[in-house]
Design a protein around this ligand. Structure first.
Ligand code: 5SP
Length: 226
């Protein structure tokens, strides 16, 4: 099963609530929530208050991607704000196993995120505790960047490790995902697709169905993958 996860980083923040409900009404599965701290990454975005504000709008999964360092202190705040999945970067945690445990103690699913140059060896010893692995196909910090092709190889290697584990772990890709490359990315092993600019740049602000066609086009591409 494939899941499409629009990144609200590229949404119009002046009307964020509508931007969330409109992508879901257009067939998206998950809301991807990018948290940047101007420290771990050179950009500053949104925090638990915004997560709490959008939580009542939907029962869909809110998938929080923490690009913050240090990471542990903010995890309970996002759990209280209604996050379903919380993912972190291993470089931003002093104690990876403890961070995973903290996310789970708070009742959320735990994900770990791999930057383009982060080795998959961080999965050693903790893979069995993860619910999601996020492969970054851009360097984190900004929407609208070009997909880094090496991410395909990393997806293949990660897919092998997930399959070998026999566990149900989502394999998510994030960065430069578009209608034109989503099928190739799925063939490399991803099952969950974060897309920011490709979705949120579609159509006109005034059209409540502006996201229908881009999400349908992504699904049509995914339907071709065998
Ligand atoms: O986490 C990030 C960037 O750090 C991503 O979620 C981007 O927001 C994806 O944007 P596009 O590349 O799809 O425009």
């Amino acid at each position: 099963m494939y899941r499409i996860a629009p990144s609200i980083l590229s949404a119009n923040f002046a009307r964020l609530g509508e931007e969330v409900t409109q992508v879901l009404d257009s067939g998206a599965d998950i809301i991807h929530f990018d948290v940047m701290d101007n420290h771990y990454v050179p950009n500053l975005t949104i925090g638990p208050l915004v997560c709490e504000a959008i939580r009542p709008l939907t029962k869909a999964i809110i998938d929080v991607h923490l690009m913050v360092e240090p990471v542990d202190r903010i995890i309970p705040d996002f759990a209280k704000a209604g996050a379903n999945i919380i993912s972190f970067h291993p470089e931003a945690s002093r104690h990876i196993d403890r961070t995973i445990g903290l996310i789970k103690e708070q009742g959320c699913k735990a994900g770990m995120v791999f930057n383009p140059a982060t080795p998959l060896s961080y999965l050693d010893h903790v893979l069995d505790k993860l619910d999601l692995i996020l492969i970054m196909s851009v360097n984190p910090g900004f929407g609208g960047q070009a997909f880094i092709p090496e991410a395909l190889n990393k997806l293949r290697l990660t897919r092998e490790r997930i399959n070998a584990s026999g566990r149900d772990i989502l394999l998510e890709i994030d960065g430069g995902v578009k209608v034109s490359n989503i099928a190739e990315i799925a063939r490399a092993g991803a099952d969950t697709f974060v897309a920011g600019s490709a979705i949120y740049s579609a159509g006109k602000d005034s059209d409540p169905h502006r996201y229908d066609s881009v999400i349908a086009a992504m699904r049509a591409e995914l339907a071709k993958v065998t």
